[in-house]
Design a protein around this ligand. Structure first.
Ligand code: NAP
Length: 243
């Protein structure tokens, strides 16, 4: 069973790890190539875009792929859509792995917004010192804001940046104690994040709760219509084995 795992996430690496060691499975993982020093999955890895739906179709045929697992980040909307269209046009089974999103708990002060533009608008009235932790993409949506931003990402963000900002290049996971210290030191009034879900980057939410700081939470884009979805690596592995 030759399977393409579209990755860039912990789930994709874990699935490649499990499936690569199993008889009867041949796995190729794919990364977009955005991060300078990516954490690589085990086994065969290819890096870089395919060239849209047509390029992906061609690659799937040329590499005799029999199943596609889209285990990309919940906000990687483009490749998810391309995978659904390309796989459907070839009659290939495709599974989307999406870890559960985060849920508000007692003490949280969240403002849920549908997208980056709405997140920038929601900042008015929430404070002048913003902790922007949305990754390196999408920061330009905040470029016109007059607020001061602490921008944390693994690699430098692309596009225009807000006039007043500090860039913090760092790769998680971060502990709650580290996050609390950071929020205090930079006198953060409000945190902006995507609803990525998962434990690895959750500490900032706990820190904000403990300090009573509001969080602007950007909702995930929807999966393509009719998408088959699971939430865990174990469920994805069950699906693969049942093919
Ligand atoms: P995107 O907007 O959905 O994709 C844009 C283009 O990048 C795709 O059309 C495709 O190019 C290429 N691409 C994306 N993921 C790819 C993959 N796994 N393998 C090969 N090509 C890929 O994606 P994105 O939001 O820029 O995310 C890029 C990668 O970073 C994804 O793999 C994702 O899992 C990871 N990531 C994203 C975020 C986030 O917040 N968006 C956070 C953490 C990790 P072609 O059209 O040329 O094929």
């Amino acid at each position: 069973m030759k399977t393409l795992i579209l990755g860039g996430t912990r789930e994709a690496r874990d699935l490649a790890d499990i499936a690569s060691g199993e008889r009867g499975f041949e796995i190729v993982s794919s990364l977009a190539g955005r991060v300078r020093e990516p954490v690589l999955p085990v086994g065969d890895v290819r890096v870089g875009g395919f060239g849209g739906v047509d390029g992906l179709r061609e690659w799937l045929v040329g590499n005799r792929i029999e199943a596609v697992v889209d285990a990309t980040h919940p906000f990687a909307e483009g490749i998810t859509a391309n995978a659904a269209v390309a796989a459907a046009s070839l009659g290939l089974p495709v599974l989307h792995v999406r870890r559960p999103g985060w849920h508000e708990r007692d003490g949280d002060r969240w403002v849920r917004v549908p997208d980056l533009g709405a997140a920038a608008e929601a900042l008015a009235g929430l404070g002048d010192h913003v902790f922007l932790t949305i990754g390196r993409q999408g920061v330009a949506a905040f470029a016109d804001s007059g607020a001061w931003f602490l921008i944390r990402a693994i690699d430098p963000p692309e596009g225009a940046l807000p006039k007043r900002h500090e860039l913090l290049l760092a790769r998680g996971p971060f502990s709650v104690a580290e996050e609390i210290a950071l929020l205090r030191k930079r006198r953060i009034d409000v945190v902006v994040t995507k609803d990525s879900g998962g434990a690895l980057t959750e500490a900032k939410l706990t820190a904000a709760r403990e300090l009573g700081i509001p969080v602007v939470m950007i909702d995930r884009p929807a999966l393509p219509d009719g998408a088959v979805q699971v939430e865990t690596v174990a469920a994805a592995w069950d699906w693969l084995r049942s093919r």
